[in-house]
Structures are given as C-alpha cells and as structure tokens.
Design a protein. Structure first.
Length: 507
C-alpha cells in the first residue's frame, strides 16, 4: 500500500506554495463598492439556457426568472408565478405576477411562458432540463396572467422542474432569433446582460426595475478562475468578494487570513466516477465491480477531505435525499476480491484507462482523481487523469465522449428524480442503460403517492448497486470564501448564487 499521508501532504504543499506565488504576483484592484466580483471554477462555453449544468444556470438566473423560485436552502417559493393549484391530477393552473417587465420594458405575460415551454418540449429540442418537465402535454394561455398546464400523468416534481426553467421573452427571441438570445440574453431577472468573454468573465448591470427590488450593487462580474489556489488568492487580495469550491486543504489558509472567511453548506451532490459502459472493458460488470472494490474510499475521505462529507452508500443518492435506500451499504475496500474479479473477466494483467475531471468543479476533485488513479495501480490498472476546463468538458458532454471514466457530481435537490434522470437514456447523459431502471424512473415521476415513489427509487438504487455504472464516492459539502466586506450573502445548497440582495461595503 502506498503512503497516502505523503500524497495528501504533497497536495497541500503544492497548493499552498502556489497560492503564495500567486499572491505575490496579484494586482490588487480598488474595486468599487458598487461592484460585486465572484470567482467561479468554470463558465459554460455558451449562454444558451438549454445547456444543462449548474454553471450555466448560475448565469442564466442572474438575468432571467423561473415561474417557481428556489431559495438557498432548496425550498420552493413564488417567482413569476404568484400562486398555483391543481384542480385534478393532470392539470395545473398558474397565476402570474402582474406588473413584471423584461429588461427592454416590455411586459411579461402568459405568452412568454407558453413560448418558453413549447420551445423546450419541441420534439427536435435538445434542451438540457427537458427531462425535468417532459410529462407536460400542453400549455394553454387562459388570459395574460393565467397559464394552464396539462400532464400525461400525475407529475409530482413539476414545480421542482419549473424552478430550473428560465422564462424567455417571446418578442425578443422572435426579433433576434435563437442565436441573438444566446449572444445577448434578456429576461426579467435582477441583472442585465452587459458583456460575455468566453472562458474569462460574464459582466452584468443592475436591473433597477426588478420586481423584487433593485440589486444592492450596480455591477456583477462572474470571473472564471479554474485553479482553486488562484481563486483563494484573488479573495485574499480583494479582487473577488465571493469564491466557490474552496478545497479542503486551503480552508485553513482562508480562515487564518484577515478580512475573509469560510461559508459552507450541506449539499445533495453525490460525487461519482461514471463508467462508459458502451465500450470495453467497462461493458463487463465484473470490471466495474472490481474498480469499486479497489478504491479505499474511507481513506480518501479521511485524508483528502479531512473527514468532511460522507461516503455514498453504494448508490448515487445522498442520505438527505428523498428516495435514498437506507438498506444499501457502501461498497467496501477489498483488493483480493477486486483482483479475482479482474482475473475472471480476463483482465488479470490489468489495463490502461483514463479519468476525466475538471479542476475545482467539485471539492478536491483533482486530488481525489489522482488518489483513485494511484489506488488502481494496486490491481494493475493504469489510469491517467485528464484535467479539462469547463468549456472543454461541455463540448465533450455534447459529443457524448467523456472518456472511459469521468467525474461528475449529481445534485438531487432533495428529490431522487433530479439525480436519477441523468442515468436515463433520454437524458442524453447516460453511458449505461437498464430497462427496469428506465421503467421505474417513469413510475416514480408519474404518481404523487410518496410510498410508491419511494418504493420505485429504492429498487432503482438496488439496480445501480448491482450494476455499478459508476464508482460511488462521496456526498460533498459546498465551501465558499467570503469577503468581510460582504453583506446578505448565503452559500447556496444548489450552487446557484442569489445575489440581488448582496451588498459590498467600501471598507
């Protein structure tokens, strides 16, 4: 067994030394109190609302609002819809908020809701969150401030799904086209689009006429800073007032620095290493089981994450998610069994593969990927770690070619539907297929009976436990760095920052 304490210490030393160098070379900007600068791990490679990622939604919901809002804890509340009711199991009626205007002054109405949902649900649409509202069969404009939605079956997660759908302006998209909307997005949200520099920054200005009240800052800048030590350096130097995804080994440095602090929140993200089961050797369940057994997850949790977070219990769902199967246990560490399974599968001499990950997208992601790769050597598997930027990862996702193994964290937002959907064939993100899983997924999202839903999800987790389409790693917290100049900022459990109330003081 290798000296994993030394590996952890080496990772800490490299990060700290890099941060010192970066601090020495940073130019400290005298940022205006009217500007809020946020350091994010990665920006999407497009402003298309159809791109399904929290990095994309974090941008879209600065300029656009959904019908249903989600707060920092994940609770739902009225957004562009002030109320809703379900007169029968297949019908929902939404009353819309009066007096809301888009950034160009045009009034928001039911026509914009229908336009947005029709676009998403069109047969040719590849909208990333389409699966979350896919059971909608019709959208009818009752009057300018009333929309009726019909579903093909009882749809228990409709409100949750709508909270991830930014409403677009019908008149503007028809005028500038889809390409124009992507180039310069517009909505009813707290901030207006100003400038987009791919792989660098997203700049916005305050919407003084915002229906919830004008933002407390005049400008908002979301800067892409992929390297975690650079993000930390930018916070300490005052270049940013908020940064996301602080690695565990850099938390003490932030805590010990003057004028900044750490803010963390429990998330519902399950960090996994997904296999591409369409290609050998991961089309063989024995190989997938072997790699799960070859990883000492508890050791990584203790050393790399310093005990923060939790072990996933042989499934993708975290224990605070509806649908979690409490009868399943974490897949243990057993090198002998892993070697035997590889030999049985004809891979006793090992093989070469790769792990694709992003840097700073998830807590200690690169360190974890390297630790996994090191542990796999003990069963003869040589896994190179391929670290890519967010834009590259998005393109690989679109091409459905993320390599043999890729790291991803799926947020459930408290309901299994939102995580399990990504392993369905229609999601476009699946690299494994099981007919029973597919059937049960539809059963679970087609009834409002919580007992039936929980039963379906429980069985789905059993299937995933047996078929192991992924290496189940950890339930992760989200850790943010915050300037002492900041007021009214709360770390979001879903990675979507709500910043319209956030203030930046001059001192």
């Amino acid at each position: 067994m290798r000296d994993w304490d030394s590996l952890a210490n080496w990772c800490v030393a490299v990060r700290r030394f890099g941060t010192v160098l970066l601090l020495a070379g940073l130019t400290v900007f005298n940022t205006s109190a009217q500007t809020l600068s946020v350091g994010v791990q990665g920006l999407p490679d497009s402003l298309d609302t159809g791109v399904s990622s929290f990095a994309s939604l974090n941008l879209a919901l600065q300029t656009m609002d959904p019908l249903i809002l989600r707060d920092d804890s994940g609770a739902l509340e009225p957004g562009l819809a002030v109320s809703w009711q379900s007169p029968d199991p297949l019908t929902w009626v939404f009353k819309l908020r009066p007096g809301v205007k888009f950034h160009d002054g045009q009034a928001f109405s039911a026509d914009d809701v229908k336009f947005t949902l029709d676009y998403i649900l069109a047969p040719t649409s590849v909208y990333g969150s389409k699966g979350r509202i896919s059971q909608i069969t019709s959208i009818r404009v009752v009057d300018p401030l009333t929309v009726e939605i019909k579903t093909k079956a009882p749809f228990p997660t409709l409100l949750n799904g709508l909270s991830d759908i930014p409403i677009e302006p019908k008149h503007y998209v028809e005028k500038v086209g889809r390409a124009g909307m992507v180039k310069a997005p517009m909505g009813t949200g707290p901030f207006k689009f100003a400038r987009w520099v791919p792989a660098d920054r997203y700049e916005l200005t305050a919407n003084a006429a915002y229906w919830r009240g004008a933002p407390k800052v005049e400008r908002l800048i979301l800067r892409q800073i992929p390297e975690a030590s650079t993000r930390v350096a930018s916070l300490i130097a005052g270049e940013t007032q908020v940064i996301e995804e602080i690695p565990i080994d850099l938390v003490p440095q932030v805590e010990q620095s003057k004028g900044v602090s750490v803010a963390s929140v429990e998330s519902t993200v399950g960090l996994i290493l997904t296999f591409d089961t369409r290609k050998p050797p991961f089309d063989d369940v024995r190989v997938r089981q072997a790699l799960n057994l070859a990883i000492n997850k508890q050791l990584i949790l203790d050393r790399m994450l310093r005990g923060k977070g939790t072990l996933l219990q042989g499934q993708m769902l975290t224990s605070n998610t509806f649908g979690f199967n409490s009868k399943l246990k974490a897949i243990g560490f057993d090198l002998a069994k892993a070697k035997a399974l590889l030999a049985e599968a004809g891979k006793g001499r090992g093989f070469e593969t790769s792990i694709t990950t992003r840097s700073g997208k998830y807590l200690s992601d690169v360190d974890i990927a390297n630790a996994v790769a090191g542990m796999l050597l003990d069963v003869g598997v040589k896994a190179g770690v391929n670290v890519v930027e967010q834009g590259v990862f998005s393109k690989m996702t679109t091409a459905r070619d993320l390599g043999p193994i890729h790291m991803v964290g799926w947020y459930s937002l408290g309901d299994a539907d939102f995580a399990t959907v990504w392993f369905t064939d229609k999601s476009g993100r699946a690299f494994w297929k099981n007919d029973e899983y597919e059937r049960l997924f539809l059963v679970a999202r087609s009834t409002v009976d919580k007992v039936e839903r929980e039963k379906a999800y429980s069985r789905m987790m059993e299937i995933m436990h047996a078929e192991v389409p992924a290496i189940y790693l950890f339930g992760l917290p989200s850790i943010y760095g915050v300037s002492g100049r900041l007021k009214n900022f709360a770390p979001p459990s879903d990675k979507v920052m709500r910043l319209y109330k956030t203030e930046v003081s001059s001192k």
